[in-house]
Design a protein around this ligand. Structure first.
Ligand code: AMP
Length: 207
C-alpha cells in the first residue's frame, strides 16, 4: 500500500508514520528527515535547502520532487511506502501522480494552539531521530535510546512555527480537497494519546 500523510506540522505525522512502518513493514519516507540529513552532510541539496528549512518556508518543488523520485525507485519501496511530509503543494502532488500510484491520503488534523505548545516543547535526538516533549523529560537533556544530547530544531522556535502554520494553510491544506476529489482521503482528528490516534489511523486504512 502506498500511503501519504497530510496535516499541519506537529500533528504527529512522523510519530504515526513510524508506528505504521513497524505494523506494515514498509519504509517511512520523510522529506524533512532527508533534507535535514543532506544539510548535516553539507551536500548540494542540503546547502540549497538550508535557508528555507530554517525559516519554515518550503524548499523549491523541483528539489524535493527529485529526492522523492530517486528514493521511491529504491528496492525497499517495491512493496509499498509511506510518505511523510510530501507532497506539500498541489504541484508536488501532480508530479507525484506521474511516477507513483497513491492508495490512501491520511489527513491528521489538530488545532493551532495545541500545535504551538507541542512543537515549541519538542526535542529531537540528532543521532537516532527519537522525538520527545520537554514535559516527558523531567529536565533530562539526553536521548533515552542512545544517550546523545537532545536538540531543539531551529524550525521549532515559536516564531518559525507560526510561519510554518501559515505556509501549511496557504500551500498544503489545498491538498485535502485534492485527495478528497480523488476519493482516497481519510480524515483523522488527532485528539487523544498516540495509541488512540494510531488505532484511528489503522481503522481508517482498513476502511
Ligand atoms: P518536516 O520535518 O516535514 O516538518 O519538514 C521540515 C522542513 O523541511 C519544512 O518546513 C520545509 O522547509 C522542508 N520540507 C519538507 N518536506 C517538504 C516538501 N515536500 N516540500 C518543500 N519543503 C519541504
Amino acid at each position: 500500500m502506498n500511503i501519504i500523510f497530510l496535516g499541519p506540522p506537529g500533528a504527529g505525522k512522523g510519530t504515526q508514520a513510524q508506528l505504521l512502518t513497524r505494523e506494515l513493514g514498509i519504509p517511512q519516507i520523510s522529506t524533512g528527515d532527508m533534507l535535514r540529513k543532506a544539510m548535516r552532510e553539507g551536500t548540494k541539496t542540503g546547502l540549497e535547502a538550508k535557508r528555507y528549512v530554517e525559516s519554515g518556508g518550503l524548499v523549491p518543488d523541483d528539489v524535493v520532487i527529485a529526492i522523492v523520485k530517486e528514493r521511491l525507485a529504491e528496492d525497499d519501496c517495491k512493496g509499498g511506502y509511506m510518505l511523510d511530509g510530501f507532497p506539500r503543494t498541489v504541484y508536488q502532488a501532480d508530479e507525484l501522480s506521474k511516477f507513483a500510484q497513491i492508495d490512501a491520503a491520511v489527513d491528521l488534523e489538530l488545532a493551532d494552539e495545541v500545535i504551538i505548545e507541542r512543537l515549541s516543547g519538542r526535542r529531537v535526538c540528532p543521532n537516532c531521530n527519537a522525538t520527545y516533549h520537554t514535559s516527558q523529560l523531567g529536565g533530562s537533556t539526553v536521548c533515552k535510546n542512545c544517550g546523545a544530547g537532545l536538540i531543539q530544531r531551529k524550525d521549532d522556535m515559536e516564531e518559525t512555527i507560526r510561519n510554518r502554520l501559515k505556509v501549511y494553510k496557504e500551500q498544503t491544506a489545498p491538498l485535502i480537497e485534492y485527495y478528497r476529489n480523488k476519493g482516497i482521503l481519510r480524515e483523522i482528528n488527532c485528539v487523544g494519546t498516540v495509541d488512540e490516534i494510531f488505532a484511528l489511523v489503522k481503522r481508517a486504512l482498513e476502511a
